[in-house]
Design a protein around this ligand. Structure first.
Ligand SMILES: Nc1ncnc2c1ncn2[C@@H]1O[C@H](COP(=O)(O)OP(=O)(O)OP(=O)(O)O)[C@@H](O)[C@H]1O
Ligand SMILES: O=C(O)C1=C[C@@H](O)[C@@H](O)[C@H](O)C1
Ligand SMILES: [Mg+2]
Length: 174
């Protein structure tokens, strides 16, 4: 595991990829990059606009292109978007170019952590719980397929999850 220099965080909305990623990068003195933010900066439009105008397919194509480029960097902690792993191409880039850490979270925690933020287009509907449950069914096998490490985030603070990842990264590959 030590040979791979990048850390890629995957997991559903509200898992903490962005928040934990920043902490992790600080501890490890690596550069932090967030593919959602990068995509918004380059497009000049917020994610919910991109979904409105180009649909989810258009968003995924943009995400693939950004991930193709970002995963070629060295020494980064990358927070991915919650649905990045639905694309075969994106999954392959992530699996091949760094240590993939799956941040595992309950639906309850996802709801709690995403409640106040209205910028996630897929859950701006009458039944966010049902949507999150369906997405989890579809996506969990894909997170697990490429995960080198799986870390639970339900009962741990942002800081302790970041520290746990650092410790796991230091252990030799089983
Ligand atoms: N382990 C944790 N304990 C408590 N709060 C947390 C934890 N992880 C994340 N949060 C909080 O949950 C909210 C959502 O976290 P964050 O934006 O990092 O999720 P994300 O995985 O990046 O989601 P998305 O896929 O939508 O980008 C933030 O307000 C963050 O502070
Ligand atoms: O789970 C998803 O499909 C998404 C998660 C967010 O990170 C953003 O990438 C966007 O809101 C889509
Ligand atoms: Mg995020």
């Amino acid at each position: 595991m030590k040979g791979k220099r990048n850390i890629f965080l995957v997991g559903p909305m509200g898992a903490g990829k962005t928040t934990i990623g920043k902490q992790l990068a600080e501890i490890l003195k690596l550069e932090f990059v967030d593919s959602d933010h990068e995509l918004e900066d380059r497009t000049g439009a917020p994610i919910d606009w991109i979904f409105d105008i180009e649909g989810e397919d258009g968003f995924r194509k943009r995400e693939e292109a950004i991930l193709e480029e970002l995963t070629q960097r060295q020494g980064i902690v990358l927070a991915t978007g919650g649905g990045a792993i639905v694309s075969d191409k994106s999954r392959n880039f992530l699996a091949a170019r760094g240590v993939v850490v799956y941040l595992e979270t309950s639906i309850e925690q996802q709801l709690e952590r995403t409640r106040r933020d209205k910028r996630r287009p897929l859950i701006q509907n009458d039944n966010p719980r049902g949507t999150l449950e369906n997405l989890m069914k579809e996506r969990e096998p894909l997170y697990l397929e490429i995960a080198d490490l799986t870390v639970a985030t339900n009962i741990s603070s942002v800081k302790s999850v970041a520290k746990e990842i650092v410790e796991l990264m230091e252990q030799p590959i089983a």
